[in-house]
Design a protein around this ligand. Structure first.
Ligand SMILES: *Cc1c(COP(=O)(O)O)cnc(C)c1O
Length: 462
């Protein structure tokens, strides 16, 4: 299987190369050259299988040529062994035709563990084979950084540095980043905002001497391997609810468009998905785009669902590539307009194609809190604010097909918002009860590129 860039100007790569590269050299994102198909019989055969087996069958054609079956099965087994639920992505019923898919049983209590845990194993395998080592640097508003640290802690093939904005992540998120004691883990608290963290990360990737010198690698949400790992739970949920004999819809709390794009890939592979519904908070660029065809950036307004406080949804470019008939030049032009003028208009044809697969909704802060409260009162379910945004939008789109809302984080990861809405302080799962007792290790850093680069060089030489 080969991967091509959405901007059409970068060389095609195998899966393992696309995974280590992240962003294509022409600034585009890697997508599979063709989408492997699963027949109704293949899909029916997934029913009742362990999650790991579903994962193997769904992802195998995408990684062909990069890892053997034995290697891949071993890495999948390691990736999900640390989850706190045997089903990995269990379904809970919320109403007559509405289900919640709990994606928060991984080690850092958010869905990002599904992809990051697997990526950690695959990086380790590929880098060991090459006899090389990389420096992973990431910027985070909380969930991505903790998931990356948890996935790479103790692995010999990588150092992992995570920049987070000092004082602006939740205590649970911070402790998940600062308490691992392995020497290859480096939590850096930057004096600034999340945007500053992202800007310095970008600067490091643009500083080619530094980039080559430390063998910089990224695991942010545009990495194709992350999207791929997220395709699996659409299959496990839909087959549990009757696919291939009946269609299922999904509502997905959305920021960077990675998670829901994985659902689109599942549909393109042949999975019986009716609608894919984008749920946004007040940062609603995707909802505006899907309803009007205008993709125009605005100021980010902080919300109680901070992992969705995003104005540019980087993975949306992958969908644009498809609705513009895989024309890399057209995509590159839209991205230039986005950069130069802060937005673009979709063509009428492209908008119509988007609307055949996707619907959307936007949820205010008040509605989010009210939904956390009512879900607890009527269903006994404590929702994190992101999942509440999803459930709220899903309720407006219930129809004949079963609806699955993805629950993207555990309520205990966002205790303040949950407690404000319900009066209940959501407890951490038993297996992480000692998070507050472990000692923390973090380095405060200035918002200064030179100082950051020097620190990273010193640490990896040590
Ligand atoms: C990252 C994240 C999201 C958004 O996911 P995207 O793939 O960026 O759309 C939603 N909820 C939580 C809890 C997250 O951590």
């Amino acid at each position: 299987m080969q991967y091509i860039s959405t901007r059409g100007q970068a060389p095609a790569l195998a899966f393992h190369e696309a995974m280590l590269t992240g962003l294509a050299r022409d600034g585009g994102l890697y997508v599979p050259e063709t989408i492997p198909q699963m027949s109704a019989g293949d899909i029916r055969a997934l029913r009742g299988l362990p999650y790991e087996e579903v994962a193997f069958r769904v992802m195998r054609p995408f990684i062909a040529g990069s890892f053997t079956d034995e290697e891949f099965a071993e890495d999948i087994a390691k990736a999900y062994a640390g989850f706190g639920h045997d089903a990995r992505a269990p379904l809970v019923q919320l109403g007559p035709n509405h289900f919640l898919c709990e994606l928060f049983h991984g080690p850092t209590l958010a869905f990002k563990d599904f992809a990051m845990q697997l990526i950690g194993q695959l990086f380790q395998r590929e880098l060991t084979r090459r006899g090389s080592r990389v420096t992973i640097v990431g910027a985070t508003s909380g969930d991505t950084g903790s998931a990356a640290i948890e996935a790479f802690r103790g692995l010999a093939a990588a150092d992992v540095f995570i920049l987070y904005p000092h004082g602006r992540v939740s205590e649970v998120q911070r402790r998940q980043m600062t308490t691992p004691s392995e020497a290859n883990v480096h939590a850096l608290a930057l004096e600034g905002h999340f945007d500053d963290c992202q800007a310095r990360l970008k600067d490091m990737f643009n500083d080619h001497d530094f980039r080559d010198g430390v063998r910089l690698a990224g695991v942010n949400s545009i990495n194709w391997a992350r999207v791929l790992a997220q395709v699996v739970y659409y299959f496990s949920a839909a087959t549990a609810l009757g696919a291939p004999e009946r269609e299922v819809s999904f509502t997905v709390p959305t920021g960077n468009f990675g998670d829901i794009f994985a659902g689109y890939i599942a549909k393109r592979m042949g999975l019986q998905i009716d609608k894919l519904i984008v749920a946004t908070n007040q940062n609603d660029i995707l909802h505006r785009c899907l309803t009007t065809g205008e993709y125009v950036t605005d100021e980010v307004i902080p919300s109680i669902s901070p992992s969705m406080d995003i104005q540019v949804s980087s993975n949306f470019e992958r969908l644009l590539f498809d609705v513009y008939d895989r024309d890399g030049t057209a995509v590159a032009q839209l991205m230039d307009e986005l950069k130069g003028q802060g937005g673009f208009h979709l063509s009428q044809g492209a908008l119509q194609r988007l609307q055949t697969d996707f619907a959307s909704g936007r949820v205010s802060e008040e509605e989010t809190s009210a939904r956390i409260k009512s879900a607890f009162a009527h269903m006994g379910e404590l929702l994190c604010p992101h999942s509440a945004v999803g459930v709220h939008v899903a309720e407006a789109h219930l129809g004949d097909s079963p609806m699955v809302t993805l629950a993207t984080a555990h309520p205990a990861k966002f205790p303040a918002a949950v407690e404000a809405a319900t009066g209940i302080h959501p407890p951490l799962p038993e297996r992480m009860k000692d998070l507050y007792d472990r000692s923390e290790r973090v380095t405060r850093v200035d918002n200064d590129l030179g100082a950051l680069e020097q620190l990273i060089r010193e640490r990896i030489a040590a």
